[in-house]
Design a protein around this ligand. Structure first.
Ligand SMILES: [Zn+2]
Length: 497
């Protein structure tokens, strides 16, 4: 009888392979005139720690009383715990520990048996000690605000310039986690319906690449990590990683999951398009919505930082102002085509392979293929038509579209002031340049900046594009036959100059 085993840890070291063990044991058998009746091999993986071959071997030995010699390489190959030792001892067989040059049998002197017992205990304590060290190291990492394990969904493990193992936002998947929280916080979804929505948005299981499971979504929605917190064992630490959501949003989602929230489908039949988007320009507080006379939606400063001079504003007024802001992105087909040229045909032309290489070198996670550039252009196209589509979109989509275009909005003295996300900031600059007649020189700053942005997008820009893609994918299904979707709107004819 031959038994060999490798553990996950062993596989990383050399000379611990199964073939090496088996060969050693076969050679030993040949040398000593033993015939191998049966061989049993256990290969442990991180996923599966069970030892099926060990069990088979025991059954075989019980069924075949004529097989009385067991060959193994070393003590720690055979036993993983004290219990294994007792079981083998009960069988009353002879065990040859080939590498240790030791035969355990009933004929052994008691001192030999004793020494063997010590070896078993030491092997066990060695393993215990190793895992204790590893556990200590991980807890220490968590204390420093570093995630000590495989990155949660939406993040990736990378090594930072100083050689530290850190966790960064995955530019493609991270924004989808933010979306999940946003959607769920609206109170419109159950776990089942949000799973459906997530699948439509193309969210897949990380390893399986199958449509995401609702259990995974539940775990994501429960994970504090996304709000910047490291929960390790019993302890909670402030993480150094970039959060994908605010702590307030995390709390809101927990309330809904726990059934503590009044935000649910029945209690909140009306949604507010602009809540959470606008800050008060006087005091920086959020502007919140409220229904008056059961009909009109008004927004006002929460006034958390003392009495605020800003007055209430009607939702319709805000929508007009947003439309006026979006009008700055409006451009003709001719202008837009020109801009596409600036992005795509800029010089010097960059080889896609070279792009990918540069992208990886910067520590980004995914190559930047042409598809990304096409998505980027669709994203810009959405923005230039947004002034027209805003009014016709369903409430939830209004908010999402504005979130994709604007990075900040302030309301003060009856005026809306905004900051565009970088791509649209550049679009506005580019339009100004083209329209004031300074031409379409590709070397000119706005052109060059646009080109650079999309040929080698920053993680932030990639996130915006991923969010945009997810939204379009959802709308393609949701909006069928219903209200206008953003996608429908970009299929409309472009405008004349
Ligand atoms: Zn205020």
């Amino acid at each position: 009888m031959l038994y060999a085993r490798v553990s996950t840890r062993d596989q990383e070291k050399e000379g611990y392979s199964i073939p090496a063990q088996v060969k050693l044991l076969e050679d030993y058998a040949a040398l000593n005139g033993l015939i191998i009746a049966s061989s049993h091999v256990d290969v442990e993986t991180a996923r599966k720690a069970g030892r099926t071959a060990f069990g088979e071997m025991l059954r075989y030995l019980r069924r075949h009383p004529e097989v009385r010699i067991l060959l193994v390489e070393k003590t720690d190959r055979l036993y993983r715990n004290i219990k294994d030792w007792a079981i083998i001892d009960d069988l009353g067989i002879e065990v040859h520990f080939v590498k240790e040059n030791f035969i355990l049998s009933d004929d052994c002197r008691s001192s030999e048996k004793f020494m063997h017992g010590i070896k078993v205990l030491m092997a066990k304590s060695y393993i215990d000690n190793l895992s204790e060290e590893a556990t200590k190291g991980m807890a220490e990492k968590a204390r420093q605000g570093l995630w000590p394990s495989i990155a949660p969904f939406g993040y990736a493990n990378v090594i930072d310039p100083s050689g530290r193992k850190v966790v960064v936002v995955d530019p493609e998947i991270g924004p989808l986690v933010t979306l999940l929280y946003d959607w769920f916080a609206s109170g419109r979804y159950t776990l089942t319906s949000i799973t459906r929505k997530a699948r439509l948005a193309g969210i897949k299981g990380r390893r399986s690449r199958n449509p995401i499971a609702s259990a995974t979504i539940y775990r994501i929605l429960r994970n504090r990590f996304y709000a910047g917190v490291i929960e390790w064992g019993e302890a909670i630490h402030e993480g150094v990683h970039e959060p994908l959501i605010s702590k307030a949003l995390w709390d809101a989602v927990q309330d809904i999951l726990d059934g503590r929230s009044s935000t649910n489908i029945r209690a909140n039949p009306r949604e507010f398009a602009f809540s959470g988007l606008i800050k008060c320009g006087h005091c920086g507080c959020a502007a919140v919505a409220e229904i008056k006379k059961e009909r009109y939606i008004y927004y006002h400063c929460t006034g958390y930082r003392g009495k605020c001079p800003e007055r209430y504003v009607r939702e319709e007024v805000l929508e007009e102002r947003f439309t006026a802001v979006l009008d700055r992105l409006r451009c003709t087909d001719a202008e837009f085509n020109l801009m596409q040229q600036a992005i795509l045909a800029g010089q010097p032309a960059i080889d896609p392979d070279e792009l990918d290489r540069r992208y990886r070198k910067k520590g980004h996670l995914f190559p930047a293929p042409g598809a990304l550039m096409r998505n980027a252009i669709a994203y810009l196209d959405m923005g230039r038509r947004a002034h027209r589509s805003l009014a016709s979109l369903p409430t939830e989509d209004k908010r999402q579209m504005l979130g994709l275009i604007l990075s900040e909005c302030f309301w003060a003295n009856g005026e809306l002031s905004v900051a565009f996300h970088r791509p649209f900031e550049l679009l506005v600059a580019w339009l100004r340049q083209v329209r004031c007649g300074s031409g379409t020189d590709f070397a000119h700053r706005p052109s060059a900046a646009l080109r650079e942005m999309f040929q080698d997008p920053s993680p932030g820009v990639r996130r915006l594009i991923a969010r945009y893609n997810a939204m379009v994918a959802v709308q393609a299904d949701d909006g069928a036959g219903e209200a206008a979707s953003i996608q429908d709107n970009w299929l409309l004819e472009g405008e004349a100059a």
